[in-house]
Design a protein. Structure first.
Length: 161
């Protein structure tokens, strides 16, 4: 079984969560589609601002080759910005080829809330034709530990046993 984890991270919280989930996915061969903003904080904000204005020119090649055809399960992970995921989420879902009919899972990271983000993600993925079989939010004010993400990954594995 093959799985694709598509995530966005600016500060590392969502990446850490995605990697913790993947660390226990023993029933799957895991691949990633990471969108990681690196460098100094101001540089990250400038790129995020471009994304929010729907300028994805820095990712055109990657987005144009994004395809779910060879995967059995797709996991989408996003941070929460003002009760919604960043604009890159909508772009990933819109550009992912062969998503219709696939099984999917969504998760989000948040400092305080996050439920609206998770529900928005589920609705968007289902609009694209995939079946969302699970969803989760990982919330912590100062940092995100891996304990709950590992439990979530184990739950994903149990579905396949």
């Amino acid at each position: 079984m093959k799985i694709l984890i598509a995530y966005f991270t600016m500060g590392g919280r969502t990446k850490k969560t995605a990697e913790a989930i993947a660390s226990v996915l023993t029933n799957y061969e895991v691949s990633y589609f990471p969108v990681e903003l690196t460098g100094k904080f101001i540089k990250k904000l400038k790129i995020l601002d471009k994304f929010e204005k729907k300028d994805f020119s820095s990712l055109e090649t990657e987005l144009n080759t994004l395809d779910a055809a060879s995967y059995d399960l797709i996991i989408f992970g996003m941070p929460t910005y003002g009760n919604k995921p960043p604009q890159i989420f909508d772009e990933i879902v819109a550009r992912m080829g062969n998503l219709s009919g696939k099984r999917a899972i969504v998760f989000n990271t948040a400092r305080f809330t996050g439920g609206k983000t998770r529900d928005y993600m589920k609705a968007k993925v289902e609009e694209a034709g995939a079946q969302v079989i699970d969803k989760s939010k990982f919330r912590k004010v100062l940092w995100i530990g891996v304990k709950n993400a590992i439990k979530f990954g184990k739950r994903i594995n149990e579905r396949q046993e």
